[in-house]
Design a protein around this ligand. Structure first.
Ligand code: PHE
Length: 450
């Protein structure tokens, strides 16, 4: 037990820095890569509506709970949940909440970096003028060795930032890159709406059509909501632990969740006009932004620059998320070992790289399995545990004390959700997901949700 005695625990330099870092964590490939293809795979507008419902009813309350837990205990996710449970006179084994979340966050990082590496390679290709050459998007991304090299490069950048610590690394990067991200996002979206099939995209995203909804739509929407808002993965507990007591947790959480949702919707408005303009199937799946978009950029005036800029935008979003993913585990290791922060960051970055590399090598099994394990299993389970912890294990008065700035109405909403809404709903959705994975969806079909 060395490194961070209680008094020296780092803190954000301002509320603004915290918000930018937290929004930076939330806004990422989840918004620019995962949200569009999940929307496409799940039938468009109905998914979007269910997704927004999942953010408001499930992800937002869990987000508030996590920030409050971290701020109260001022430690990493695992230590914070243990400490708070003990304080409430409950078993120290409740640290399992922190363990599940930390494992989920770390596993996400392993494959996140692979995709982010591809984003980086495509951005380079665009600026190099590659999109207008045959198969040019893959100019710098051919074969497993190159994939691993970009994956390694992205991981090294992540480690270098996290090694510099909270103020010198994470905060600086977020306060510099997030404003840049928003300017680029708005610029590219206006361009896309003006030149692409805008009305078709708007109809696709916002005209509700519930005919395509099944039980799996809910599984997908929930997983996407948790992934996108960065909850259930130790990050928001850790970022909350760097907060001072005078920050309003309720309003900050609403701001973070709304900004993230807004960016997802804007990203939809940026990507789908282009997809529809050239008649690509929106359900093209995982590869939507990697196969569909470069093909379009190839035929567009200034397509290389626009395409390079699009992938640069995605890279900025990804790096401010990956540093948070690594930070969740680094904070824990730093707290519980004699390793310095840089050593912890390099070691964990290396492990994450190796697991991600394994996923690349065994692409059919490994990649999908790691993604399923983190996205469809550990995240819902972690969210369920956080809600049970905040709703049932920790006394209401203690949660209220930590969220003293929130209005009575907001607190009542929060507490009702973590106590009565999130646990049964997520329990059921988790069950449907497991049923689909291991049982061919038989029980879901029996319930009329197939
Ligand atoms: N929210 C990030 C994104 O949308 C990914 C992430 C998930 C980051 C979980 C931290 C924790 O890309």
């Amino acid at each position: 037990m060395a490194a961070t005695p209680a008094g020296q625990h780092a803190h954000w330099s301002s509320r603004f820095a915290f918000i930018l870092a937290a929004v930076g964590s939330a806004v990422g490939l989840g918004n620019l890569w995962r949200f569009p293809f999940q929307t496409g795979d799940n039938g468009g507008s109905a998914f979007v509506l269910i997704y927004i419902g999942c953010v408001a009813l499930f992800a937002l309350p869990v987000l508030m709970a996590e920030i409050a837990i971290g701020r109260h205990a001022q430690q990493s996710a695992i230590s914070s949940t243990r400490k708070m449970a003990q304080e409430a006179g409950r078993s120290a084994n409740w640290a399992i909440v922190g363990w599940v979340c930390t494992a989920g966050g770390f596993l996400i990082l392993t494959t996140y970096s692979v995709i982010a590496g591809q984003v980086l390679a495509y951005s380079a290709s665009g600026f190099y003028g590659g999109f207008s050459q045959p198969d040019g998007a893959n100019l710098f991304y051919r074969g497993e060795f190159t994939q691993l090299a970009w994956h390694a490069g992205f991981m090294i950048i992540t480690v270098l930032i996290v090694a510099r610590g909270l103020k010198g690394g994470i905060e600086q990067v977020a306060t510099f890159l997030m404003p840049l991200f928003f300017v680029m996002l708005i610029g590219l979206t206006i361009y896309s709406l003006a030149t692409g099939a805008a009305s078709e995209a708007i109809a696709y995203l916002f005209t509700p059509d519930f005919s395509a909804v099944t039980g799996q739509t809910f599984v997908a929407a929930l997983g996407q909501a948790f992934f996108s808002v960065s909850v259930a993965s130790a990050i928001m507990i850790t970022y909350g632990s760097y907060l001072s007591k005078d920050t309003n947790i309720g309003s900050s959480s609403i701001l973070i969740a709304s900004a993230d949702t807004l960016v997802a919707l804007i990203a939809g408005l940026m990507i789908f006009p282009i997809v529809f303009m050239v008649g690509i199937d929106p359900a093209a799946g995982l590869g939507l932004i990697f196969t569909a978009l470069p093909a379009v950029f190839a035929d567009m005036p200034a397509g290389n620059i626009i395409g390079g800029a699009f992938f640069a935008l995605a890279f900025i979003a990804a790096i401010t998320s990956s540093i948070s993913l690594l930070e969740g585990t680094v904070a824990f290791v730093e707290e519980h070992s004699d390793f310095s922060r840089p050593t912890a960051a390099w070691l964990l970055g290396f492990f994450a790289f190796m697991i991600g590399a394994g996923a690349v090598w065994s692409s059919d099994f490994g990649g999908l399995f790691v993604d399923w394990l983190s996205g469809s299993f550990l995240l819902p389970l972690g969210g369920l545990l956080v809600a049970v912890f905040a709703g049932w294990v920790i006394p209401k008065s203690l949660m209220r004390e930590e969220m003293s700035h929130a209005s009575n109405g907001l607190f009542a909403f929060f507490h009702f959700c973590v106590k009565f809404v999130v646990p049964p709903a997520i329990g059921f959705i988790l069950f449907l997901g497991l049923d689909a994975k291991f049982n061919g969806g038989a029980i879901g079909a029996m319930l009329g949700l197939g």
